[in-house]
Design a protein around this ligand. Structure first.
Ligand SMILES: NC(=O)C1=CN([C@@H]2O[C@H](COP(=O)(O)OP(=O)(O)OC[C@H]3O[C@@H](n4cnc5c(N)ncnc54)[C@H](OP(=O)(O)O)[C@@H]3O)[C@@H](O)[C@H]2O)C=CC1
Ligand SMILES: O=C([O-])CC(=O)C(=O)O
Length: 272
C-alpha cells in the first residue's frame, strides 16, 4: 500500500520513565506518526529536554490531548486513566494504556470505545508472551499464573503492604507477600502489577488468573514468570527487567510502547 503521506497524530500523557522515552522516539521519527502534544503534572520540570526536541509538541492538560491527537498514549499514574482514555475513545480515537490495572475499575471505557469506534491498545509492556496468550485464548486456557519477584524498591509503598502492615524494608530472604487473583493484585499493587492484569485480559480474565508476589532482596531485576496451560500449548516464560529510573518500572516497557507504535503503520508486522 502506498504511503498516503498523512501522519497519524500522537499525544503522550505523562513524561516519566515511560513517557519521556516514547516522546524522544517519536521525535526521532516513527513512520507515519507525528508527535503533536504532551502532558505532565509539572511541565516546568521537563522544559529543558522538551526544548531540545526537533519539533515542539504542544503542552496541554490531559483532558485536551484527544482534541488534537488521533492516538493518546497514557503513561501516567493509574488514577488518571479515566480522564486520559475517555476523551479519546468517546471521539472514536485510540488510547494506548500502560496503567492497565486501572482498566478493571473502569471497564466501561471498553464499551465506550466500542460504541464510538475507538480502540484501547494494551502493549505487552513489561511482560512477555502476550502473543501466545491471546492465541491460546481462542481455544481453552485451563490455567494462567504469574509469579513476580521484585527488589524491595520496586514494591515499597504499595497499598496492600500498608493496609496489612507488611514490612519489607530490611528483609534478607525472599518473602512471599501476596497470593491471589489478578483483580486483587491490581487493587493492592496499582503501580507495581500492571503485568498481571495485562496477562489476565489477554487470557482468562482477572478473577481466574492467579498471582504470586515476592519481595526479594536477592534480585536486582523486576522478574515475571508466566505459566499457561491451554488445549493448544503449555508454556512458561520469564522476563527479568532492568529497572528504569522509576524502580517500579522496567526499562523494556517504554521500548514495548515504541515497538507497538511502530507496528501501527509499518509495512511489515511481526508477531500477533
Ligand atoms: N503495562 C505495563 O507493563 C507497565 C505499566 N506501568 C504503569 O505505567 C504508568 C507510568 O509509569 P512510569 O512512566 O514509570 O511513571 P512515572 O512515575 O515515571 O511518570 C508518571 C508521569 O505522570 C505524570 N503526571 C502525574 N500527574 C499528572 C497529571 N495530573 N497530568 C499529567 N501528567 C501527570 C508525571 O508528571 P511529572 O513528570 O511532571 O511529575 C510523570 O511524568 C504507571 O501507572 C505504571 O504503573 C509501568 C510499568 C509497566
Ligand atoms: O507491571 C508493572 O507495573 C511494572 C513491572 O513489573 C515492571 O516494569 O517490570
Amino acid at each position: 500500500m502506498a504511503d498516503s503521506g498523512i501522519k497519524t497524530r500522537v499525544a503522550v500523557a505523562g513524561l516519566g520513565a515511560i513517557g519521556a522515552d516514547v516522546v524522544k522516539a517519536l521525535d526521532r521519527g516513527i513512520d507515519g506518526l507525528a508527535l503533536v502534544a504532551v502532558s505532565s503534572q509539572d511541565p516546568g520540570k521537563h522544559r529543558a529536554w522538551l526544548a531540545e526536541l526537533k519539533t515542539q509538541p504542544k503542552v496541554l492538560p490531559i483532558a485536551d490531548l484527544a482534541d488534537i491527537a488521533d492516538i493518546v498514549v497514557e503513561c501516567a499514574p493509574s488514577k488518571l486513566v479515566r480522564s486520559i482514555v475517555a476523551p479519546a475513545v468517546e471521539r472514536g480515537k485510540t488510547a494506548v494504556v500502560l496503567s492497565v490495572g486501572a482498566l478493571l475499575q473502569n471497564e466501561d471505557l471498553i464499551g465506550l470505545a466500542a460504541e464510538n469506534g475507538g480502540q484501547i491498545i494494551v502493549p505487552t509492556g513489561a511482560l512477555i508472551g502476550l502473543d501466545a496468550v491471546t492465541a491460546a485464548a481462542l481455544g481453552t486456557i485451563h490455567s494462567a499464573r504469574i509469579v513476580t519477584r521484585k527488589p524491595i524498591a520496586g514494591l515499597l509503598g504499595a497499598p496492600y503492604l500498608v493496609e496489612n502492615d507488611i514490612q519489607i524494608e530490611g528483609i534478607t530472604e525472599p518473602l512471599r507477600i501476596f497470593e491471589g487473583t489478578a483483580r486483587e493484585a491490581a487493587k493492592g499493587f496499582p503501580a507495581n502489577l500492571n503485568v498481571a492484569v495485562a496477562l489476565s485480559l489477554a487470557g482468562i480474565g482477572p478473577d481466574r488468573t492467579r498471582v504470586e508476589i515476592w519481595a526479594d532482596p536477592t534480585v536486582t531485576r523486576n522478574t515475571h514468570r508466566i505459566e499457561v496451560d491451554a488445549d493448544s500449548a503449555r508454556f512458561s516464560m520469564t522476563i527479568e527487567n532492568i529497572p528504569s529510573e522509576n524502580p517500579k518500572t522496567g526499562r523494556i516497557t517504554a521500548l514495548s510502547v515504541i515497538a507497538c507504535l511502530r507496528k501501527l503503520r509499518a509495512p511489515l508486522r511481526i508477531g500477533t
